[in-house]
Design a protein around this ligand. Structure first.
Ligand SMILES: Cc1cc2nc3c(=O)[nH]c(=O)nc-3n(C[C@H](O)[C@H](O)[C@H](O)COP(=O)(O)OP(=O)(O)OC[C@H]3O[C@@H](n4cnc5c(N)ncnc54)[C@H](O)[C@@H]3O)c2cc1C
Ligand code: SF4
Length: 493
């Protein structure tokens, strides 16, 4: 273990963040790494407890607990404490294909179940992970690993998000010929078009795609399977196909006034913003510009927070985010005890920035939009809302009740709908003849086989909208199953 008394001597040090007002003037990453000394102290805080809950990777009440890819956290904590960074990298890469993504944007369910966190703030696991991989790239320890032997088997992966990339990486290393098809103009899935640049700079995604390309994986972008190439054509050209198409079908708000101009899905807002930034540093004007406008984001989750941060950078006049649920408590509730993920109030980057710029947290809780109203030209001008009370019925089931007299009118020229995703897109599945339930592909976790011979599925397309770390987990596991299907056995983890 790190230092036997480390957890008593040192406190948690969080990864540093750039000054909120300063970072609002650019689109660069908002977080910055801790120093080597601070990370060594964090490594020293790890107790190497007998049962490391941090890497169990399961769900408690439907919420992720511990690391889903079972990162060997206590082992690399110890190595970092001792300054043995290269060995820490070797341990990290045994379980995680892309720590440079998770070390930046994973919500770190490992930290919620860290044993130190029973009584003190958790070991800064995510910050340690990020620096291990960053040092790997900086020191040239990450080099293309070109497989020496090829099996002659051909695999097509549809979708280049973290699930598709992890599956491609594993299968390529097993010696198969892998082609990844992506309908967008850049690979990366939501890592590229979804998560904004200030959370994950796109050079970091490109660096990994370039490395995978050097290792022998073919990426074919601007190609939509189902339109540019049919399912039948793809199946006939490859020994196996993996569907990693994500769950990007957005949930709409069926409400009076929805047709007004100025109402967009969050993903359209975020994607066009990133594309315009990457293509021309916004010179092409091909993005939704909220400068000087009143913006309301409907949906209290992380996608909504990313819209808030984007609107703040565009110098919107005002930014408000509506959430259906009440504000979370500042400490764990009785039904949310360790090692479950802590459901507590936090000030995410976007809210910290809003406070710095506009003097207040943009979140409005327990609020429901009743209607949207346009002006005489059809442009959105205001939203009408009512406050809700969250109550429990006699069976313990939650329900919401309107509070009479709490109606309010909010000025808004732009609304971004961020109320979640319905699932994966159905037309492609029909073409493949793949079965699904509730817009998720039917393929058992751990097996990943669909009802169609040779066709597998992984990531959000199978699981529903989730986390990068689960996508990596499923990508790794589907690779093992495809390898076994093609070769009769597999040594992949
Ligand atoms: C705005 C936003 C922010 C998020 N932030 C975080 C975060 O901070 N941390 C975190 O852990 N998770 C975050 N998530 C969730 C995370 O990004 C996803 O769970 C993860 O990307 C899923 O990976 P995937 O590979 O299954 O699918 P995706 O990343 O969705 O990739 C699927 C890819 O398939 C392509 N595709 C679909 N159909 C076809 C077709 N017919 N032909 C060719 N290509 C096709 C799509 O274009 C897409 O590129 C966020 C999600 C959103 C929407
Ligand atoms: S991938 Fe996420 S859960 Fe796993 S160790 Fe890293 S931050 Fe923690």
């Amino acid at each position: 273990m790190g230092k036997a008394t480390g957890f008593m001597e040192y406190s948690r040090e969080k990864s540093k963040e750039r000054n909120p007002l300063e970072r609002l003037s650019d689109w660069k990453e908002y977080s910055a790494p801790l120093s080597d000394e601070a990370l060594s102290r964090q490594g020293a805080r790890c107790m190497d407890c007998a049962t490391p809950f941090c890497h169990m990777g399961t769900e408690i009440n439907g919420v992720t607990t511990g690391c889903p890819i079972h990162n060997l956290i206590p082992e690399w904590n110890d190595l970092v404490y001792r300054g043995r960074w290269k060995e820490a990298l070797e341990r990290l890469l045994k379980t995680n294909n892309f720590p440079e993504f998770t070390g930046r944007v994973c919500p770190a369910p490992c930290e919620g179940s860290c044993t130190v966190a029973i009584s003190d703030p958790a070991v800064a696991i995510k910050s340690i992970e990020r620096t291990i991989i960053d040092k790997g790239f900086e020191n040239g320890w990450i080099e293309p690993r070109i497989p020496v032997k090829r099996t002659g088997k051909k695999i097509a992966i549809v979708g280049s998000g973290p699930a598709g990339l992890a599956a491609a990486d594993q299968l390529n290393q097993a010696g198969h010929n892998v082609t990844v098809y992506e309908r967008a103009d850049r690979a990366g899935g939501l890592l590229t078009y979804g998560i904004p640049n200030m959370k994950l700079e796109k050079e970091i995604v490109e660096r990994r795609i370039n490395l995978l390309t050097q290792e022998g994986i073919d990426f074919i972008t601007n190609t939509e399977i189902g339109k540019d190439i049919t399912a039948e054509e793809l199946k006939s050209q490859y020994d196996s196909v993996i569907l990693c198409t994500g769950a990007q079908k957005q949930r709409d708000l069926v409400i009076e006034g929805r047709e007004a101009k100025g109402i967009h899905f969050a993903m359209d807002y975020l994607t066009t913003s990133t594309k315009s930034l990457l293509d021309s540093n916004f010179k092409d004007g091909k993005f939704i510009d909220t400068k000087g406008k009143d913006v309301i984001v409907i949906g209290g989750g992380d996608t909504g927070a990313d819209c808030v941060a984007t609107a703040l950078r565009q110098n919107a006049n005002s930014v408000v985010q509506f959430g259906k649920h009440p504000q979370l408590p500042t400490e764990r509730a009785a039904d949310n005890m360790w090692p479950a993920y802590p459901q507590v109030f936090t000030l995410e980057y976007a809210y910290e920035e809003a406070e710095a710029k506009h003097g207040e947290d943009p979140r409005q809780y327990s609020i429901q939009t009743k209607k949207m109203v346009a002006d005489e030209n059809g442009n959105l001008k205001e939203l009408h809302t009512i406050q809700m009370e969250k109550l429990k019925d006699e069976n313990g089931k939650f329900y919401f009740k309107e509070i009479p007299g709490s109606e309010k009118v909010w000025p808004a020229q732009f609304v971004f709908i961020a109320i979640g995703f319905e699932g994966t897109e159905m037309p492609l599945l029909s073409q493949f003849g793949v079965n699904s339930t509730n817009q998720k592909i039917d393929a058992k976790y751990g097996e990943y086989r669909t009802n169609v011979e040779g066709v597998f599925a992984a990531g959000d397309a199978r699981r529903g909208q989730s986390l990068i770390v689960w996508a990596i987990n499923e990508g790794r596991e589907v690779a093992r199953e495809v390898d076994r299907y093609l070769m009769g056995a597999s040594v992949l983890p």
